[in-house]
Design a protein around this ligand. Structure first.
Ligand code: FES
Ligand code: FES
Length: 199
């Protein structure tokens, strides 16, 4: 494996690693484009084939298998991740398109106590069975909650059942019937709004 056929990570806060150094994950491409991005708070550099999609890059090159692939053509939402805080279908995006951008997968969304309230509500409300769709739902819901309830100091927006159902309508679940997922998102929104009011 040549030095320009690697992907690796380094601490975002530390000095940027030079491509081809550090803990490498091999890429088989002889030809490709160098990308430098942030994935789940870690700096990532890689040389990737121009046609490699983001989902395959995350799963196969970075080992972030929490991002699931269902339909692989933009219909089911299982592959949803956040790019610069916005939900995207990673099966429809190329890895080269995240150069210079920030990617958050379900692993990053749930690291530490991040979105622990949402995960607990999903469990409590039986928002998942097989769990295949769950990473995509969590990414979509996390974006919705961030936009509506928002970060500290941001005014709370409207979040009723219609809004939640519309927002989640791009994610397909074959197990749950959606009711528990919708309840979990609404409960999380209510809890966050209540917390925002007392702080
Ligand atoms: Fe990407 Fe279904 S796998 S939308
Ligand atoms: Fe099985 Fe949603 S929990 S597809």
């Amino acid at each position: 494996m040549s030095s320009d056929q690697t992907a690796g990570t380094d601490d975002r806060t530390g000095p940027a690693a030079e491509p081809g150094t550090g803990p490498g994950i091999g890429l088989d491409s002889e030809f490709g484009t160098e990308i430098d991005c942030t994935v789940n708070d870690r700096r990532v550099y890689a040389t990737v084939p121009d046609r490699l999609n983001l989902a395959d890059f995350l799963r196969d090159r970075l080992g972030l298998t929490g991002t699931h692939l269902g339909c692989e053509h933009g219909v089911c939402g299982a592959c949803t991740v956040l790019v610069d805080g916005r939900s995207v279908r990673s099966c429809l995006m190329l890895a080269v398109q995240v150069h210079g951008r920030t990617v958050t997968t379900v692993e990053g969304l749930t690291a530490g106590d991040r979105n622990a309230d949402l995960c607990a509500a999903m469990t409590r409300e039986h928002g998942l069975q097989c769990g295949f769709c769950t990473p995509g739902f969590l990414a979509t819901a996390a974006e919705l909650l961030q936009e509506t309830v928002g970060a500290a100091g941001r005014p709370m927006g409207t979040l009723d059942e219609r809004v939640v159902r519309e927002c989640l309508s791009g994610n397909v679940c074959r197990c749950t019937g959606y009711t528990g997922i919708v309840r979990a998102v609404m409960q999380t929104a209510a809890m966050r709004a209540a917390q925002a009011e007392v702080t």
